[in-house]
Design a protein around this ligand. Structure first.
Ligand SMILES: Cc1ncc(COP(=O)(O)O)c(C=O)c1O
Length: 348
């Protein structure tokens, strides 16, 4: 099976690109995580989203499969589907902290599998894989040389306690040649609006992504690239401070939701989300007599009753759960969690 998509044979490079992607070269002079790449193995895009989208665009042929552990960030399956591929969802469990197991990964792989998408720490669950957990997955992938790894490390800097972040290419260097490692400045640097994401991977793939990007946008906005260079090379002392603030918020939310009737709230390692189960609330009635049949009912009734907004888990491919973002102040979170407690206590 050829790795690159047939669509590429129909595209010629843009002859008029004047943008010199200096940020890419600067970035390539040193990368985090002990990963070494040449400039030609890296790409800067208009957000992590463009990187992911183009990775699928240049590799997917109709019928190709992409393994996506659930719960997942909502854009992965849509991007796969737009590009003619078939998302293959693999369920995880709350007991396993929403992490993909080696056995389930192995079972999901078929001759049509092109990519497996790993996102650690995860949006929506906050789950992050330890080195050992990743090693179990990379061991499986070593046995399936046609499967590539797309790792979305967007929340890398947002991990808590003594958790140590690692990424698949670091854990298993033998997978370097078929791993695309994606990152960006949207989360840790709170620069979502600047739209800068970047990735490193094998030159053949990067070249193909560069080719299509040349016809889409020419390149990421240079002003934003320089802003990202400043963010990445500038003082980093705010990162431990924001981690500490997020950790306090996570601990508060996990503890308060853990005390809410009918909810189970695991403690995730990173990102700024928790993903409690509301399975025990399903089938119960609100004081107004409405039966909660799904997690979508749960969040909708919660919004009506208490004005607290959360996203139902079925939107992320796994429920009955709901996602709470704790990217807000402790006061707001405490008030919201109290309201969630009051709401679940009112169910009969
Ligand atoms: C897991 C994950 N990956 C990628 C992105 C997209 O990042 P960017 O703003 O760089 O496009 C997000 C944004 O919400 C995300 O949660």
């Amino acid at each position: 099976m050829a790795f690159l998509a047939d669509v590429l044979s129909r595209v010629k490079p843009s002859a008029t690109i004047a943008v010199t992607q200096k940020a890419r070269d600067l970035k390539a002079q040193g990368r985090e995580n002990g990963l070494e790449y040449k400039a030609s193995d890296t790409i800067v895009g208009t957000g992590g989203k463009q990187i992911l989208y183009n990775a699928f665009l240049v590799t997917m042929n109709p019928g190709d499969e992409v393994i996506i552990p659930a719960p997942y960030w909502v854009s992965y399956p849509e991007m796969v589907a737009i590009n003619g591929g078939t998302p293959v969802f693999v369920a995880t469990t709350l007991e396993n902290n929403f992490k993909l197991s080696a056995e389930d990964l192995d079972r999901a792989i078929t001759p049509r599998t092109k990519w497996v998408v790993l996102n650690s720490p995860s949006n929506p669950s906050g789950a992050a894989y330890t080195r050992d957990e990743l090693k179990a997955l990379t061991d499986v992938l070593l046995r399936h040389p046609h499967v590539w790894i797309l790792t979305d490390d967007m929340y890398e800097h947002l991990t808590y306690g003594d958790f140590v972040f690692t990424t698949p290419a670091q854990v298993e260097p033998a997978l370097y040649a078929r791993t695309l490692t994606m990152n960006g400045v949207s989360k840790a640097y709170a620069m979502t609006g600047w739209r800068i994401g970047y990735a490193a991977g094998p030159a053949q793939l990067i070249k193909a992504m560069d080719l299509v990007q040349g016809q889409q946008t020419s390149g990421a906005c240079t002003v934003a690239q320089w802003a990202a260079v400043e963010a990445l090379n500038g003082p980093q002392d705010f990162i431990p401070k924001s981690r500490k603030a997020f950790e306090e918020r996570r601990d508060l939310v996990v503890s308060m939701l853990g005390q809410a009737p009918f909810l189970k709230c695991p403690k995730p390692e990173g990102a700024f989300y928790v993903y409690p189960s509301c399975a025990d609330a399903i089938g119960r009635r609100t004081p107004a007599g409405k039966v909660i049949e799904t997690d979508a009912d749960f969040v909708s009734e919660l919004l009506d009753a208490e004005g607290v907004a959360a996203v139902h888990g079925s939107a992320f491919g796994q429920g009955p759960n709901f996602r709470v973002s704790y990217a807000t102040s402790l006061n707001v979170l405490e008030d919201a969690c109290r309201k969630i407690q009051r709401f679940t206590a009112s169910l009969r």
